[in-house]
Design a binder for this molecule. Sequence first.
Ligand SMILES: CC(C)(COP(=O)(O)OP(=O)(O)OC[C@H]1O[C@@H](n2cnc3c(N)ncnc32)[C@H](O)[C@@H]1OP(=O)(O)O)[C@@H](O)C(=O)NCCC(=O)NCCS
Length: 208
Amino acid sequence: MGRGARAEMETACSKVRSPDRVASRSVEPSAARLRPLEPGDVDSLIRWVNDAAVALYLSQAVAYPASESDGFRWLEALSRSHTDRVFAIETLEGRLIGSIGLHAIRWIDRKAELAVMIGERDCWNRGYGTWAVRETLRLGFEEMSLQRIYLRVASDHEVAIRLYRKCGFQPEGLLRKDRYVGRGYGDTLMMSVLKEESAAGESGARTP
Ligand SMILES: CC(C)(COP(=O)(O)OP(=O)(O)OC[C@H]1O[C@@H](n2cnc3c(N)ncnc32)[C@H](O)[C@@H]1OP(=O)(O)O)[C@@H](O)C(=O)NCCC(=O)NCCS
């Protein structure tokens, strides 16, 4: 990595080394659950990815308006996939609020890419994303025996980066001008957590 790129990555990373900028408002760790996605979830999934505020930082895959049939096709493909595991996130009261998945699973390399979406905006900043990422890391490392879980996040997506840091993810590289967000090109921060690091991320999670 060149000096310029390294400096940019360090700048991006330094933004996420001060987790006490915002007061903690997280829910208790038991305040949600994961379950398999069902056909009845398609309406919500489509509504979320068609919501510009939710989709702003999602991948190109959801850059265009999606239809109900797109949703059913996606669900059908997921049900046959050996390389994706996607779950619904619901509150203990049974309200569907988001989805989370491990994608591009490489069983020999024991690695996968994590993606999360809290689609119901009134549920943002209540700790559900943190809870869901931690639970998915537990599933990935303990039950699927993965060794490495990685993700890509827009380098200015401070809420997501803070959440991932709390869950033990570490920055490991910067892809320059990798995505078009809003009105310009932005960098993508690569982050990962290894199995042996995951427990440390959980214990150091909360800020007073
Ligand atoms: C990003 C997303 C998953 C976060 O989920 P969430 O449930 O709102 O996140 P949490 O409440 O668990 O944690 C958010 C943290 O960011 C903090 N935060 C809130 N606003 C912030 C800001 N402007 N800057 C930095 N941190 C901020 C919160 O205080 C909280 O930290 P705390 O628990 O220590 O208080 C959710 O907003 C979402 O799904 N967005 C749309 C899809 C998306 O962007 N997915 C991620 C793509 S990489």
